[in-house]
Design a protein around this ligand. Structure first.
Ligand code: DQA
Length: 139
């Protein structure tokens, strides 16, 4: 069975509470439980969240040579972190970049991604469904 992990970056622990007009009103934990059950026959699915850049890099190193896929929403670090971009480049496991909101319809600083050049693909603007679409790309 394929082993996948969803890695969420800073402030995404507040999904459901944070700016619901932009990010929706569902918590990620609830959504994740449903997603994990729905695809239980296809994937061994894990979830990791951190607000700390170095911890996200450590996790990418840890899973990046033995998992089959990574779904990464690095949140604000997407637009700033050369370190996370380099980590995505350094590892072997394919990374699909996801954003809940349409980052290209928002402020210009959100149009830049240090991850996208080394991602297998990028999904943005589909709300939490983007994570499911990313998952399906590994079927
Ligand atoms: C985000 C978009 C980022 O610009 C923002 O900093 C986030 C969330 C998204 O999922 O839409 O925290 O990655």
């Amino acid at each position: 069975m394929k082993k996948l992990i969803i890695i969420n970056g800073p402030n995404l622990n507040l999904l459901g509470k944070r700016e619901p007009m932009i990010y929706g009103s569902n918590s990620f934990e609830e959504f994740f439980k449903k997603l994990k059950n729905k695809y239980a026959d296809d994937f061994q699915l894990e979830y990791y969240q951190s607000n700390i850049e170095g911890e996200l890099i450590n996790k990418l190193h840890e899973v990046g040579f033995n998992y089959d896929g990574i779904i990464l929403n690095a949140a604000a670090y997407t637009h700033t972190s050369v370190g996370i971009g380099d980590a995505v480049k350094a590892i072997e496991t394919p990374v699909v970049e996801v954003h809940v909101s349409n980052i290209h319809a928002r402020e210009e600083f959100r149009h830049v991604s240090y991850i996208a050049p080394n991602a297998k693909g990028v999904l943005f603007g589909f709300g939490l469904q983007g994570y499911e679409l990313a998952l399906q790309s590994f079927l």
